[in-house]
Design a protein around this ligand. Structure first.
Ligand code: FES
Length: 116
């Protein structure tokens, strides 16, 4: 079996109510995962793209969060409706979806303009 062309990690972390940081599960990541899996199947990419559940990816203020390798493109605030565009544009077409991308200067930066 050939190596996967893309590996996608989708945060599925949850935190208890009242925790100091948000969690992607509270922000609705479970349907995002399901939608991505469905769109990858529909596109016939099962042998080329691996979608994996991930624990916290430490970009919690941008949830739901996912990252696509090998490009290391980070997406935030992803909705289930965005899955089709991510699959068609990025995983099939090789063009990341810029409107969903977490800016490089926001990654691992609790002081980014979106985390206030
Ligand atoms: S809870 Fe999803 S990135 Fe931390």
């Amino acid at each position: 079996m050939p190596a996967f062309e893309h590996h996608v990690f989708v945060c599925q972390n949850s935190r208890p109510a009242g925790a100091p940081r948000r969690s992607c599960t509270a922000d609705g990541t479970s349907p995002v995962l399901a939608s991505l899996q469905q769109k990858v199947r529909e596109a016939g990419l099962g042998a080329k793209v691996r979608i994996n559940k991930a624990g916290c990816l430490n970009q919690c203020e941008h949830g739901p969060v996912m990252v696509v390798y090998p490009e290391a493109v980070w997406y935030g605030n992803v909705s289930p409706d965005d899955a089709a565009e991510i699959v068609a544009s990025h995983l099939v077409g090789g063009k990341p979806v810029e409107r969903l991308r977490i800016a490089d200067d926001c990654l691992n930066n609790p002081h980014c303009p979106h985390c206030g």
